[in-house]
Design a protein around this ligand. Sequence first.
Ligand code: SF4
Length: 289
Amino acid sequence: MEYEGQICRAPMERASFMLPVAVGCSYGGCRFCMLFRHLNWRALPLGQIQGELQRVKLAGGSPKQVFLGDGNAFGLPTDHLLEILRMIRQYFPSVEAVNMDATVTNIAEKSDGELNALFEAGVRCLYLGIESGLEDVLRFMNKDHTIPQAYEQIGRIQRLGYTYAAHIMTGIAGKGRGEENARALAAFLNETRPCSVTNFSVFLHRRAPLWSDIEAGRFLPADEAENLREERVLLEHLTVDGLVYDGFHDMIEVRIRGSIPRDREKMLAKLDKAIGDRAHLPPVYAFVE
Ligand code: SF4
């Protein structure tokens, strides 16, 4: 299948069969995000999806887990998603879970009956862009949810049996607010109990709307050393038993991975070393073209 746009999925889905069902993002308003800005959100034709399922079947594929891309596939109409789930089951009856990205709003737009039907049809885990634990930061970044809305919608899916996985970004609160954000985010995550947390750490794209905020002095970026310290506070305060954590700082080539609480001390030690290594270096910012 010819792939349009950018492949974007959490590392926890690296072994899943990546099945594109849509192009772009149904929201597209987050000020820091450049992922799908050049694409118009649209569903891919069912015939194209069926063709991909046929191709993988003929190639001998036998996936246990499927990840529906692109952007936030959960934004597709429920009937359309149910038809895709039916086709997946038809070609691969042994599939145990179908997972995808979603926004909090995507969940809010579906009734309990729709959410239940999707769960019964095989959807198990939704990846949500939680990003920050601070209300004013979510508002500034133009996320399409508030903290109370996130609590409410995560509660709805969990009561039906779904799990959720959180995407977060150190640095999203800006210079001097990393620790504050880490404490607020830890409180949110401890309460909502995701199965995993992926920290993509914020990238400062020169073509994203956030860049005009940086130029105008409305947003002061944190450097990567502050982002590492923020991550340290977050990991110190997470209490969700068995939570899988994966944190990227691609700009300085630091990656922190492990399970809470088993690997906490190992991860903190790695962070301490990375913070210490940066102590006498000039600050690095995650600017990208
Ligand atoms: S961060 Fe996610 S929800 Fe926001 S615009 Fe980018 S892809 Fe869409």
